[in-house]
Design a protein around this ligand. Structure first.
Ligand SMILES: [Zn+2]
Ligand SMILES: [Zn+2]
Ligand SMILES: [Zn+2]
Length: 168
């Protein structure tokens, strides 16, 4: 057996994930209402699917659920447009290395995405460390590079998987 650290993120602990989903959807409703943008039924459903776990989900996985479970004939461009909307409004982040999307924990304010991605269970843990983005901007400035967007993706083992790998 192993002991989890007190700082182990929720995503790596057994928890009532329905709360995460309900919270994310409620936050999305409030945020879209405030910004005067429409969270259509499809956009909301796509967000709910992205939030089905803390593991990034690909567009084709989303499409598969939409057509199998919901029985909708959603065309890929429709799903991509819904994902674009969610990205633009900061409700999801794109994980380029996995070509997948993950729900944002804190869509209320603009931030650069920093992710710790577990190579064993694929959970993505969002970090918010302004010092990291500042260091990237400073480093880029040093070579005359203007940073427009930055998403930092770090691969390793999460707090739940690292001890198992040590035991194995
Ligand atoms: Zn959860
Ligand atoms: Zn975020
Ligand atoms: Zn893991």
């Amino acid at each position: 057996m192993y002991k989890l650290m007190p700082t182990t993120p929720l995503a790596c602990r057994p928890h009532d994930h329905a709360n995460c989903v309900a919270g994310a959807l409620a936050e999305a409703d409030a945020l879209c209402a405030r910004q005067g943008v429409r969270l259509t039924e499809l956009r909301r459903r796509v967000l709910e699917l992205v939030w089905q776990s803390h593991k990034p989900l690909g567009a084709y996985d989303i499409l598969a659920v939409l057509s199998e479970a919901d029985g909708r004939r959603a065309a890929p461009p429709t799903v991509y447009r819904a994902l674009d909307f969610l990205l633009e409004n900061g409700l999801v982040h794109r994980i380029a290395s996995l070509n997948a999307f993950v729900g944002c924990n804190n869509p209320e304010h603009a931030h650069e995405g920093q992710f710790l991605i577990c190579r064993a269970c694929h959970t993505a843990i969002e970090l918010e460390q302004p010092a990291i983005s500042q260091a990237i901007v400073a480093g880029a400035e040093g070579v005359g590079f203007v940073v427009e967007t930055q998403t930092v993706e770090v691969v390793g083992l999460c707090a739940a998987c690292a001890p198992k790998q040590r035991e194995a």
